[in-house]
Design a protein around this ligand. Structure first.
Ligand code: MG
Length: 219
């Protein structure tokens, strides 16, 4: 069964490849004990990792340290290869808030051993994404958003997306040049500082302030 995003105007679109960016906010890079990398850190999640607003995160028993990472998610609306930075905005279908749920202990071990992050980042239900706000709702420029995450009502992460080290335009240009981007692909644009543990029974409430919310429960 193919997974489908839902837009705030009721449209639907098949979920494609999910591209994720590591350490795109300097304060988060610092809390992870590193600096913003010279070249972007890119990893993938399978489409099967997607869950919609109201869904449930099912934590795999292989981890004792699942973490939340709230992120702006950009959904690609048209196929593109080798796109210039100043053309990038023409390929955006819309914006959403997402959670890059991460098995931090598994990821730390993979980093240490020089192994891929696929298990730590791509397990089933690791990619909750809100409804998508159509890009047509905004002017010609890519908007800045206030991104926020509450866990059980307490604010854990909050940032303005204008603090990203690499902008949405830069990321689209980079990814389109290397992988090519296709309709339904999305980009998790990186998390701000304040990542932390989630536990069974937690309620996660993420939002792009004034636009869209995402509520999921940890099973
Ligand atoms: Mg992330």
């Amino acid at each position: 069964m193919s997974m489908e995003y839902e837009f705030t105007d009721g449209r639907k679109m098949n979920v494609g490849t999910m591209f994720c960016v590591g350490q795109n906010y300097s304060k988060h890079a610092k809390e992870m004990g590193s600096e913003v990398p010279k070249d972007p850190i890119i990893f993938l999640k399978p489409a099967n990792a997607y869950i919609p607003d109201g869904g449930k995160i099912i934590l795999p028993s292989i981890s004792n340290l699942p973490h939340h990472e709230v992120e702006l998610v950009v959904i690609i609306g048209k196929d593109c290869d080798n796109i210039d930075i100043n053309e990038a905005k023409n390929y955006i279908a819309g914006y959403a808030v997402g959670l890059d749920i991460t098995l931090r202990d598994i990821q730390n071990k993979a980093k240490k051993d020089g192994h891929p992050w696929a298990v730590a980042k791509g397990f089933r239900t690791s990619a909750p994404i809100s409804k998508i706000i159509p890009s047509s709702q905004f002017g010609i420029d890519i908007p800045d958003f206030e991104l926020e995450l509450k866990v059980n009502g307490e604010i854990k992460q909050r940032v303005n997306t204008n603090e990203m080290e690499r902008s949405v335009e830069v990321l689209i240009s980079y990814l389109s040049g290397i992988f090519g981007l296709r309709e339904g692909d999305c980009i998790f644009t990186g998390t701000p500082e304040g990542v932390g543990v989630i536990n069974h029974g937690d309620k996660l409430h993420a939002q792009l302030k004034g636009y869209v919310t995402l509520e999921v429960k940890v099973e």
